[in-house]
Design a protein around this ligand. Structure first.
Ligand code: GDP
Length: 445
């Protein structure tokens, strides 16, 4: 997940602050110097970093913070609040026209940013909200893009309007809007053509669509992996055609995260959503406060709960929670929970939202849970008797040897799995209430 390295560095700085009862001005300055370095290393725009540190320093040193109770905690809170502000404070919704009026959304972006995928992901979000979106293939330069949109639209159960590559994007958009009016589609999403680099033809084409069609929202899709380039691209698009918001893709990857922290501050435009993977369900609404919390290692339990609500079968979850409480959680449940975790974006995605679990721990657990190893793990579990699966504590050395032979693995692998199982059990215990979150109790969160 993005931000792992930044997150870890900031948490180390904070650990230092918390460990001191009293803080001097020098302590704060030294800590903020480290914060500054961490942000710069995360590829945050240098002007943004400079302002950020200056503001935090003024607030932390200028007021009575240092004389108050728990100054370390207060400084951390100031950093948190400033980070939320940097990303725009409020969650920004895509503004739809009222009632039965049609909202035309124009998706723009460079080739490879993830525009076509994101367009289909977004359609899925509108569908979830009870809208009837229409996807429109306006990329007339790449027949593959039209095909990709059709396939993704079908997966999402959303209609795709395409006219091949012989008409102009403006004509396609106009025809699509007529079609939408007859068909009752109140949200029309135009997938426009990207280029490898910002170029004049592309800008003119987008401007022509805006001139001839009543576009309500122009959304730019940028790739978080490209760091400050993404920020520059956002600035240029806004200057040339005017954008209303940005969707940042590939935040699931190994990006340093600088784009997420700079775009709003540099361009003044909000980040609306974040792409968190290649699957069509991997799009999260962008909440500045939750993102700051994740970056600062304080977790993002609200998003976790929402994901659980979307993905998890509640009856099964309740049953599992009961088993957990009674310590009846066995290997069959382990397999079942692995399936649920996969649905929620994998273990690392869940762990990254848990308070207090940092980058290196995530990498460690992720490594242990590598997907390729999963098949072997399944093989081992299936070599156990039903009694052993239900009650792993009866797995003595001779049983383990039998299981290892059955699965064709070394006994050390069986030992490792049983140990991992115990670790997972502990982890699952740290998530009380989450699994049956809808209407259920929310545990200590
Ligand atoms: P376009 O040229 O901008 O339309 O880009 P595509 O939609 O074809 O996406 C380019 C590549 O990025 C594809 O392989 C997508 O699966 C991938 N992609 C898009 N969004 C995300 C994301 O949020 N995370 C990850 N990991 N990959 C993504």
């Amino acid at each position: 997940m993005a931000f792992d390295s930044l997150s870890e560095k900031l948490q180390n700085v904070f650990k230092g602050l918390r460990s001191k009862g009293r803080l001097s001005e020098e302590d704060v300055k030294a800590a903020l110097k480290e914060v500054k370095l961490a942000l710069l290393e995360a590829d945050v725009n240098f002007k943004v970093v400079k302002n950020f540190v200056k503001t935090v320093q003024e607030q932390a040193v200028g007021s009575d913070v240092l004389n108050g109770l728990n100054p370390g905690q207060t400084v951390i809170k100031i950093v948190n609040d400033e980070m939320v502000r940097l990303m725009g404070s409020e969650t920004t919704e895509i503004a739809l026209r009222p009632g039965s009026e049609t909202t035309v959304i124009m998706m723009t972006g460079l080739q490879g940013a993830g525009k076509t995928t994101t367009t289909a992901k977004l359609a899925g979000k509108f569908k979830q909200k009870g809208k009837k979106p229409l996807l429109v293939a306006c990329d007339v330069y790449r027949p593959a893009a039209i095909e990709q949109l059709k396939i993704n639209g079908e997966k999402q159960g959303v209609e795709v309007f395409a006219m091949g590559d012989k008409n102009s994007p403006v004509d396609i958009a106009k025809a699509a809007i007529e079609h939408a009016a007859k068909n009752g589609n109140t949200v029309v999403i135009l997938d426009t053509a990207g280029r490898l680099h910002v170029d004049e033809d592309m800008m003119q084409e987008l401007a022509a669509i805006k001139e001839n069609v009543d576009v309500a929202q122009t959304i730019l899709v940028v790739d978080a992996m490209t760091g400050q380039d993404a920020v520059n691209v956002a600035g240029t698009f806004d200057e040339k055609i005017g954008i209303d918001g940005v969707i940042l893709t590939k935040l699931d990857g190994d990006t340093r995260g600088g784009a997420a922290l700079s775009i709003r501050a540099v361009t003044g435009k909000p980040i609306l959503y974040a792409g968190m993977g290649e699957k069509l369900s991997d799009l999260e609404q962008f909440h500045p406060d939750r993102m700051a919390s994740r970056i600062l290692g304080m977790g993002d339990v609200l998003t976790l709960i929402e994901k659980a609500q979307e993905e998890i079968d509640e009856d099964k979850a309740r049953e599992m929670e009961k088993k957990l409480k009674k310590a009846e959680f066995g290997f069959d449940d382990y397999l079942e929970s692995m399936n649920q975790m996969k649905k929620m974006g994998g273990l690392s995605s869940i762990l990254s939202m848990m308070p207090g679990i940092g980058g290196s721990q995530i990498a460690e657990i992720e490594n242990a849970m590598d997907e390729k190893k999963m098949a072997r793990i399944e093989g081992i579990i299936y070599s156990m008797t039903p009694q052993e699966r239900a009650n792993p504590s009866i797995l003595n050395p001779s049983r383990k040897r039998r299981v290892a032979n059955g699965a064709g693995v070394d006994i050390s692998e069986v030992n490792r799995l049983v140990k991992q199982f115990e670790q997972s059990r502990k982890l699952m215990k740290q998530m009380p209430g989450m699994m049956g979150a809808k209407g259920g109790k929310r545990g200590r969160f």
